[in-house]
Design a protein around this ligand. Structure first.
Ligand SMILES: [Zn+2]
Length: 411
């Protein structure tokens, strides 16, 4: 019998075409680059505003709420939040039902966080300043290890990255036209804010602008992303590549018109369709020991949650008094709810010694315009049952760059 799998293969006679196909979508992923300066141009289409008649410039961009997590074997994963988004397939099957299994587990993730915190506090054997210092560092650790977090808003924007030489001059093709790569740049809201500030300070807007993204000399992808600086290339001074080579704009606009979002998951895996059923299985696997512990508690008040038990805290974990006092109590945590949105609160949650950009970037976002109209309300609604803690501790995550499988951070 013929091998049935042969029907799954695509017959290829042209190797060039194959290479082009396979590289096409993943090449859209924009990557930060050590010691480099990228000249990024944001193409746009013009639309007439129906109400005012004014002509407005529109970017090609999408925003989305993203859940990210790390698997037990330390692989970074991410997916879009499906809360309030019901999707049906072409043949009528339910893909997502409007719930979000990740949002549904945020409260559990916080309970685990609180439990770990309490356990460590009574078992580490430290007191006074040493205890405080240790617990601040520990909070950072368990915050990073939290199984599920509230979703983070990201903007995905279509942009042009000009190929430049070491002097920043465009690399020209045989016809003297600047060469470029089409990119989808994923920006945290903090970064959008930073870029927008640069633009507004100069009286510009993102569509039609050229901005230099400059990176420092570091191999740490988090720092690379965090320390990126943005410089607007001022128009009318003859410095913009699109001014010096106006013909390139028509070429770019032709590419822009052909661009499709379909296939974005090759560049950004969070766009890979994850049905509600799959998401549920995924999170349930992450919480299997927690669920067992909660079930055991119903019949055994001394039940223990041992997923994170170590030699140093085993004593505390096996202490029935502590087990009985566990999660629900958390007086000092519970006292903080109303402070949830305050900067100093978030800093207290997230010690500054973390070299990652997370905390430094976390706060500014909170007060800025929401990119995704569903953003803040969705998050707020997502966790009514969680009461105080979540939104407070959730903050360090807000600006956290997404690292892909290669440890490449978004910017
Ligand atoms: Zn969600």
């Amino acid at each position: 019998m013929a091998n049935k799998f042969l029907s799954l293969g695509v017959r290829r006679s042209d190797l060039k075409e194959y290479i082009k196909d396979s590289a096409k979508q993943s090449s859209f992923k924009y990557k930060a680059e050590k010691n480099a300066t990228h000249v990024i141009y944001f193409p746009y289409v013009t639309k007439q505003d129906a109400a005012t008649g004014a002509v407005v410039k529109e970017l090609k961009a999408m925003s989305a709420m993203v859940h990210s997590w790390t698997t037990a074997d330390n692989k970074f994963k991410s997916t879009l939040c499906t809360k309030n988004h019901a999707l049906t397939g072409d043949d009528g099957e339910i893909i997502t039902d409007g719930t979000c299994p990740f949002c549904d587990r945020v409260a559990d993730a916080w309970e685990i966080y609180n439990k770990r915190y309490e356990t460590e506090k009574v078992s580490c054997g430290l007191t006074g300043d040493a205890l405080e210092k240790h617990m601040n560092a520990f909070k950072q650790q368990i915050g990073n290890e939290r199984k599920v977090n509230t979703p983070t808003p990201y903007l995905y924007v279509y942009a042009i990255q000009f190929n430049t030489d070491t002097q920043g001059n465009p690399v020209l093709d045989a016809d003297g036209m600047p060469t470029y790569e089409q990119k989808i740049i994923r920006l945290s809201s903090t970064k959008v804010e930073a870029i927008n500030k640069q633009l507004e300070n100069n009286g510009f807007e993102m569509p039609g602008s050229e901005i230099k993204f400059s990176y420092t000399d570091t191999d740490n992808p988090m720092l690379l992303a965090k320390n990126c600086t943005y410089t607007v290339v001022i128009p009318t001074l003859g410095k913009m590549i699109t001014e010096r080579y106006p013909n390139v704009v028509a070429k770019i606009n032709a590419d822009l018109a052909k661009f499709e979002w379909d296939g974005i998951e090759k560049a950004y895996p969070e766009w890979e369709v994850m049905p509600t059923k799959t998401a549920k299985v995924t999170v349930d696997q992450m919480f299997v020991l927690w669920d067992k512990y909660k079930a055991d508690l119903l019949t055994n008040p001394d039940a223990q949650y041992c997923e994170y038990t170590t030699a140093s805290n085993a004593k505390a974990v096996t202490n029935p008094a502590l087990a009985g006092a566990n999660i629900g109590a958390m007086p000092q945590m519970g006292a903080l709810p109303q402070m949830g949105m305050m900067p100093q609160d978030a800093q207290a949650q997230a010690p500054v010694q973390n070299p990652a950009p997370v905390q430094a970037q976390a706060m500014p976002q909170m007060g800025m315009p929401i990119l995704d109209a569903n953003g803040a309300p969705t998050q707020a609604q997502a966790m009514p049952q969680m009461g105080a803690m979540p939104q407070m501790g959730a903050m360090p995550q807000m600006g956290m760059p997404i690292l892909d499988g290669n440890g490449v951070a978004d910017i």
